[in-house]
Design a protein around this ligand. Structure first.
Ligand SMILES: Nc1ncnc2c1ncn2[C@@H]1O[C@H](COP(=O)(O)OP(=O)(O)OP(=O)(O)O)[C@@H](O)[C@H]1O
Length: 572
C-alpha cells in the first residue's frame, strides 16, 4: 500500500514533484506462507485452511451444526503428517498472537512432546491409573484460569484416548467455562487427530466403541458410573461435524514397503510381503548382526515391559564393558508407612519389580554415559523433556558400594544409594537459556517420589503365598530418578515417533490379536531397509484383521469427510 494514496486526489500536494514510490513487503506470516513453509500437501492444507479460517472468523466455517462449533476429526494412517499439520497450526496461532487460545493434549508423554503439548492426565491433574479423580468444585479459580482463553483444543493420538478420560475432560471444561453440561466440550472447538488402527487405551474403552453392538455383558445388569460416563463421551464423538482424512504418505518413501503396510492395515498381507519381512531378519545378508553399525544404535521395539527391562539391563552392561567402565546402578529408596523396609528379601523383590508396576520409578537403574533414556515422569513435557542421553550422575560420595544387590549386574558394579540428580542431554529441547556457560539442552533431573501399591502375594515366593484369595496390599513410597534406559522401548511407546533405524520383534505374545502390535512398529520407519526384524515370526501375525467397531467408525468418518469436501470445495 502506498501510504500517500489516501484516495483523495486533491491532497496530492505539488503535482510537479515526483512522489516517492514505496512498496511495503510484509514478513507477517499468512495462512498461505505458513502452509508453504510446512510444505503442506493438499489434504493437510485443506484441514489447515478450515481451522485457521474458523479462527479468523470466516462465516462459512462458523455455520452449521452446534452453532458453528467445530468438532473435527483428522484421521490418517501412520506417517500421513498429522503431527506436521499440528506444528503448522501452532505456528499460525503463534504468528497471529493467539497461542493462548490453543491447547494441545495427547494421551502419552512421547506423543505430547511430539506436538509441544501436555498429557491429558497431567492436564487433569491426575496420576496415571489414579483412583482419586480430580474433584471439580464450583468456582475453582485455578481451573477457570487454565481454560479462560482456550477456544481450540487439539487432541493427538486419539486411538489411545479412552471414553472415560474424554468424559472427565468434557466435565472439567464445561465446569471451567460455566456452560450447560449438554453443550459438548463447553462450547470450545475440538480437533481430534489419529488413526484408529493404532494402539487403543489400556484401561478404558476406545473412542470408536459402538454401544449399539451386542455386548458380552448381560443386558439386565445395571451400568456402572464409568460405563455411563463412557456412553456420554461416545455421544460427544457422534457429534463430530467435520472430517479431513489425510491419505498421502509423508514418512514412507519406499513404494513396495508402503504397499506392505497398506496390506497389513487390511489384514491382507500375502506371501511376498512375508518374504520381504523375512529378508530383514537378523542374520540374513541384509542385516548380518545387531552389533554392526547402524543397528548397534537402533532402538529395539518389544511388546512386554519385562522384556524391555531385561534387554536394557543387558545393553547397559555391554556398553559399560565396551567403554571400559564399571557399570553404575542407582538404587531406589523405598519406605512403607514412613519407615525403611527391613526385610532384605522384600527390599530385593521391590527393587526388582518392573517400573511399569512402580509408577514408572525404576528400583535398579543402570547408567552408562551416552545411554539413551526416557524421562518417565512429567517434568515439563511441553519443553521437550522426554527423550534424552544420560551424561553424568551427581551423588553422595559415601553412598557407593560394590556389595552385590542384584545378580542381574556384574560383580564389579558400583551401586549408588544416594544419587542426587542426573544430567540429561535433551534431544529436542525447547528450553531457552540466556547463560553463556550453560547449555540449554543439558538438564539436571532430580529424584522424584511416587507411591505404588503392590499385592504381597505377587512378590512372595510360591511356598510362602497365602492360601486364601484374600489380597494384602502394601503401599510403598519410592524416591528414585525418573529415568529408564531406552536401548529397548515398548512398541506402545513408539507410537507417534518417526525412527531412523529400528529393530522390531514380530513374535507376538500368545493371545495378542491387536493389529496395532504389528502395524505400529512397522510403520515407524521410512523404508524396509530401515527396519531389522529381531527373529523369525509366524506368517499368521500378518493376517490380524481390524475390529468391527474400528472399521465401522472409519466408514462413519469417511461419510462425514465426503460432506466436508462438498462444504469446503474451495480448499480441496
Ligand atoms: N507436508 C510435509 N512436508 C514435509 N514433510 C512432512 C510433511 N508432513 C509430514 N512430513 C514428515 O513425514 C514424517 C511423518 O509425519 P508425522 O509424524 O507428522 O506423521 P503422523 O501422521 O503424525 O504419524 P503417526 O500416526 O505415526 O504419529 C515426519 O518426518 C514429518 O516431518
Amino acid at each position: 500500500m502506498n501510504p500517500n494514496s489516501n484516495g483523495d486526489n486533491n491532497n496530492l500536494g505539488n503535482r510537479d514533484s515526483v512522489l516517492p514510490v514505496m512498496s511495503v513487503t510484509s514478513d507477517f506470516p499468512t495462512q498461505k506462507s505458513i502452509a508453504r513453509e510446512f510444505t503442506l500437501n493438499r489434504e493437510q492444507r485443506a484441514a489447515f485452511m478450515i481451522i485457521t479460517s474458523h479462527l479468523d472468523g470466516d462465516s462459512d466455517c462458523r455455520t452449521g451444526d452446534n452453532n458453528g462449533q467445530l468438532i473435527m476429526c483428522i484421521p490418517g494412517c501412520g506417517g500421513t503428517g498429522k503431527s506436521q499439520l499440528i506444528r503448522a497450526l501452532s505456528k499460525y496461532f503463534v504468528a497471529t498472537k493467539r497461542m493462548q487460545m490453543m491447547r494441545k493434549l495427547a494421551p502419552t508423554g512421547i506423543a505430547a512432546a511430539e506436538i509441544g503439548g501436555m498429557t491429558i492426565h497431567s492436564f487433569l491433574g491426575e496420576q496415571r491409573n489414579s483412583r482419586t479423580p480430580r474433584t471439580i468444585k464450583p468456582g475453582d479459580l485455578k481451573l477457570e484460569k487454565e481454560w479462560r482463553l482456550v477456544e481450540y483444543l487439539l487432541i493427538d493420538e486419539m486411538s489411545m484416548v479412552g471414553l472415560h478420560l474424554l468424559a472427565k475432560l468434557n466435565r472439567i471444561i464445561c465446569s471451567a467455562k460455566h456452560v450447560d453440561p449438554n453443550i459438548p466440550f463447553g462450547g470450545i472447538n475440538v480437533i481430534f487427530f489419529g488413526d484408529y488402527l493404532q494402539y487403543r487405551p489400556i484401561y478404558d474403552a476406545p473412542l470408536h466403541t459402538d454401544f449399539s453392538l451386542p455386548s458380552k455383558q448381560k443386558s439386565d445388569k445395571l451400568l456402572s458410573e464409568k460405563e455411563l460416563q463412557q456412553r456420554v463421551a461416545r455421544s460427544l464423538i457422534l457429534q463430530i461435524n467435520c472430517v479431513v482424512k489425510l491419505t498421502e504418505q509423508m514418512r514412507t518413501e519406499d513404494r513396495r514397503y508402503l504397499q506392505l503396510l497398506d496390506n497389513l492395515r487390511h489384514g491382507k498381507c500375502d506371501r511376498d510381503d512375508y518374504e520381504l519381512l523375512l529378508s530383514r531378519v537378523v542374520g540374513q545378508p541384509s542385516v548380518k548382526s545387531l552389533s554392526d553399525s547402524p543397528w548397534d544404535k537402533a532402538p529395539i521395539l518389544v511388546f512386554r515391559n519385562a522384556v524391555r527391562t531385561k534387554l536394557n539391563n543387558k545393553a547397559a552392561i555391554h556398553k559399560a564393558a565396551e567403554i571400559g567402565q564399571a557399570l553404575m546402578v542407582c538404587i531406589a529408596q523405598d519406605s512403607c508407612k514412613g519407615k525403611p523396609i527391613e526385610d532384605p528379601r522384600l527390599v530385593k523383590k521391590l527393587l526388582e519389580l518392573c517400573d511399569s508396576k512402580t509408577e514408572h520409578l525404576p528400583g535398579l537403574l543402570p547408567l552408562v554415559p551416552g545411554m539413551p533414556v526416557i524421562l518417565t515422569q512429567n517434568i515439563a513435557i511441553e519443553l521437550g523433556l522426554i527423550n534424552g542421553i544420560f551424561r553424568q550422575l551427581v551423588y553422595e560420595e559415601d553412598s557407593v558400594s560394590t556389595d552385590v544387590v542384584s545378580e542381574t549386574f556384574p560383580t564389579n558394579t558400583r551401586y549408588i544409594r544416594k544419587p542426587l540428580y542426573a544430567i540429561i542431554e535433551i534431544v529436542k529441547s525447547k528450553i531457552e537459556c540466556n547463560f553463556e556457560q550453560l547449555q540449554s539442552n543439558l538438564v539436571p533431573i532430580p529424584l522424584m517420589e511416587q507411591t505404588f501399591r503392590i499385592n504381597l502375594a505377587d512378590i512372595l515366593p510360591k511356598d510362602k503365598k497365602p492360601k486364601s484369595n484374600h489380597k494384602t496390599f502394601l503401599s510403598i513410597k519410592r524416591r528414585a530418578l525418573p529415568i529408564v534406559p531406552a536401548y529397548a522401548i515398548t512398541t506402545h511407546k513408539s507410537q507417534g515417533q518417526t525412527l531412523n533405524k529400528v529393530v522390531i520383534d514380530l513374535k507376538l505374545p500368545s493371545g495378542t490379536d491387536d493389529l496395532a502390535a504389528i502395524y505400529v512398529p512397522l510403520s515407524r520407519v521410512k523404508c524396509s531397509d530401515d527396519a531389522a526384524i529381531l527373529r523369525y515370526f509366524d506368517y499368521k501375525v500378518l493376517s490380524i484383521k481390524p475390529g468391527k467397531s474400528q472399521l465401522a467408525e472409519i466408514e462413519r468418518l469417511d461419510k462425514i469427510y465426503a460432506a466436508t469436501q462438498l462444504r469446503f470445495a474451495q480448499w480441496f
